[in-house]
Design a protein around this ligand. Structure first.
Ligand SMILES: O=C(O)/C=C/C(=O)CC(=O)CC(=O)O
Ligand SMILES: [Ca+2]
Ligand SMILES: [Mg+2]
Length: 365
């Protein structure tokens, strides 16, 4: 078995020499792949040279699947409560939140693989800095680019139109999972989304990690999710409450400095991936191989468990201090956002590789 040509298990001196000759950026990805592929620690990763975090975004990885449709849910109760409180001063979840996992349709062709730069989008939004009242609508580069830390299921076995599936059988259709960054321009999104939902504010780039971690690999990490607080229809019921114990993390990288801005858990979300599958098919829609169903922002309780800057900075009003001393209301050009996830323990668990993207300036020509 090989990972990018590097044999797993015992590394010969020849192999180590070959590895040492690779660019640092490639070494970093290879090392991560080995760690992911050898969660039992048989490969002696410590023997491999260290790479620089600043190099990561230069690596060109490949899309793990050809994405069909893309839906993004909002499964975290903490996220919707925080977002509601910050945006409309009402922490009550949206009306349907407890009835079914709510979602919007995203743009499949905007899904890009980890390592691809993301350009600051252009769009129309209310100019908060203007003195005029009401504030005018302007067109230009977004001033509020955010990330959203998400977990996403990739559909394997397809489901025909009108076939439908119950949550308890939903896993049959999930091939595996990736980490996903639902990049969001809060100003563009905020003005456009009433009443039809997000569009250009979220279609300028959605980054996914390049390794699909299969359902089988996660079986050892299954755990119980959240109990429904109201009665739900049979197709959404799951007496097992099956989800996975997975810790997710997001960092903002500025030069050589990495700042962890959020740590949260898949199992804390109110709705589970198999319930997302059941809901997606419940009206009669088909599921196709390669479709992506993302969980929505994974946030938990407490200040350290916020999955986006909107929550972290109270909508940009309370800038967050990074480890290099600089402050961020939202993401700045040149910042790199790195997301990771691990099922089980950091050293012995199953890693998901990295979901990395660098924000680059808008092209104005
Ligand atoms: O309703 C809002 O104010 C915001 C909606 C979203 O940002 C959609 C979304 O991506 C939800 C999520 O990630 O949980
Ligand atoms: Ca989202
Ligand atoms: Mg998106």
């Amino acid at each position: 078995m090989t990972v990018d040509g590097l044999p797993l298990g015992i590394f010969s001196q020849d192999t180590l020499n070959e590895f040492a000759a690779l660019p640092k950026t490639v070494q970093q990805q290879v090392r991560k792949a080995i760690q992911n592929a050898c969660p039992d620690g048989k490969a002696d990763v410590s023997k491999l040279p260290q790479g620089s975090i600043a190099d990561i975004h230069d690596v060109q990885m490949h899309m793990p699947v050809r994405v069909g449709d893309f839906a993004d849910y909002s499964c975290s109760l903490e996220h919707v409560k925080n977002a509601g409180r910050i945006i409309v001063n009402d922490a009550r979840p949206p009306p349907a939140f407890f009835n079914f996992p709510i979602a919007y349709q995203g743009r499949a062709s905007s899904i890009i693989v980890s390592g691809t730069d993301v350009e600051r989008p252009l769009g129309q939004y209310r100019d908060k800095s203007a003195a005029a009242d009401p504030k005018p609508i302007v067109y230009g580069p977004s001033r509020a680019v955010d990330y959203e830390l998400e977990f996403a299921a990739i559909i394997g076995k397809p489901l025909a139109m009108r076939q439908r599936v119950n949550a308890v059988d939903g896993d049959e259709h999930i091939f595996g999972f990736v980490v996903l960054n639902d990049w969001s321009a809060r100003d563009i999104q905020g003005y456009e989304m009433v009443p039809l939902g997000p569009f250009n504010g979220k279609n300028f780039g959605t980054t996914i990690s390049p390794w699909v971690v299969t359902l089988d690999a996660l079986e050892a990490f299954k755990t119980q999710g959240q109990k429904p607080v109201i009665d739900i229809p049979r197709h959404l019921q799951d007496p097992e409450l099956k989800t996975y114990a997975i810790q997710m993390q997001v960092e903002v990288l500025t030069g050589e400095t990495a700042t962890v801005t959020g740590t949260s858990w898949v199992q804390s979300m109110y709705w589970s991936p198999r319930q997302m599958v059941a809901h997606a098919a419940s009206a009669g829609a088909a599921l196709r191989t390669g479709d992506v169903l993302a969980t929505g922002t994974v946030s938990g309780e407490g200040d350290n468990a916020k999955g986006c800057m909107l929550e972290l900075t109270e909508g940009g009003s309370k800038p967050f201090k990074l480890a290099d001393g600089s402050e961020r209301a939202f993401i700045r050009d040149g910042d790199v956002v790195r997301m990771t996830a691990v099922a089980g323990e950091e050293q012995s668990g199953v890693g998901f590789g990295e979901c990395v993207g660098k924000l680059v300036p808008s092209r104005l020509d």
